[in-house]
Design a protein around this ligand. Structure first.
Ligand code: SF4
Ligand code: SF4
Length: 253
């Protein structure tokens, strides 16, 4: 019997230098099983990368592929991938050959079968990480002989860039300063600066916004990754009162 504080049975803690055996490949018996019956949260950077692969503007991607929820306690808008309707709730990107957006797949798909929990030290404010193996019964990858440690796995899966932007987004979403809940107007701004970058680009390009925040370089006119980076700094400034982050984000005083 499990008590209320115990980890779910399929989660196994693992140290960052410990080794584990795992390999996922098209010939494995369970191929594609993990792309069904899942609830897949999309971080803002996941959306940037998926849109890049699918060559879709933000609004069209959001309308076609996502469902929005407001998550307590801050009631920040968060997007989830809309699964295909029907019994298996299959990911819309699963094809006979496997993942059709493989080079642009979301961070949750990259990190699997590892889970990473993060929190910020209450005194020093540094990011603290802990890791788990997700040993679900359907996944046969653990029977393979290829060995990794956690950081080798992250590097192989191209996760470093995802972690940087995902961690900053999570830090804002989980901030105790937002625990009273966002107003409807703040929710709109949050949504725009994280997911609806087409709309955010228009705001950032306006002379009024650029004058108000002292922006004097090309933020927002180039790539979405840079615009999202700026959007997170702008939210940290506007919602958490962190002036120094915006100074760094705008490319100079
Ligand atoms: S269930 Fe595991 S081994 Fe099978 S396809 Fe998914 S990740 Fe790969
Ligand atoms: S995005 Fe690709 S890897 Fe992720 S659930 Fe969908 S098909 Fe599977």
């Amino acid at each position: 019997m499990r008590d209320g504080n115990a980890l779910p049975e399929h989660l196994e803690p693992i140290g960052e230098r410990e080794r584990f055996s795992f390999l996922c490949h098209p010939a494995i018996a369970c191929f594609g099983e993990c792309c069904r019956r899942l609830r897949l949260m999309l971080t803002p950077y996941d959306v940037v990368r998926l849109r890049e692969g699918l060559k879709l503007p933000s609004r069209e991607f959001i309308e076609r592929f996502t469902i929005m929820e407001f998550r307590p306690p801050s009631y920040v808008p968060v997007l989830f991938l809309k699964m295909e309707e029907g019994g298996d709730q299959t990911c819309p990107f699963l094809s006979k050959e496997g993942c059709s957006v493989y080079s642009h797949r979301p961070s949750a798909c990259r990190i699997y079968p590892v889970a990473r929990a993060t929190r910020y030290h209450s005194v020093h404010g540094v990011l603290m990480e802990s890791f788990f193996l997700v040993k679900e019964p359907h996944c046969r990858g653990f029977e393979e002989s290829r060995e990794w440690n956690i950081f080798e796995w992250f590097s192989d899966q191209g996760l470093e860039k995802y972690h940087r932007l995902n961690d900053e987004w999570t830090r804002i979403v989980m901030s105790p300063k937002l625990k009273g809940g966002l107003t409807a107007h703040q929710q709109e701004l949050f949504y725009m600066a994280t997911y609806e970058l087409g709309m955010f680009r228009k705001l950032v390009s306006s002379p009024k916004f650029r004058n108000a925040f002292g922006i004097n370089d090309g933020i927002g006119e180039e790539d979405d990754e840079r615009l999202l980076d700026f959007g997170l700094k702008w939210l940290a400034f506007s919602l958490l009162g962190e002036t120094e982050t915006l100074q760094q984000g705008k490319g100079g005083p």
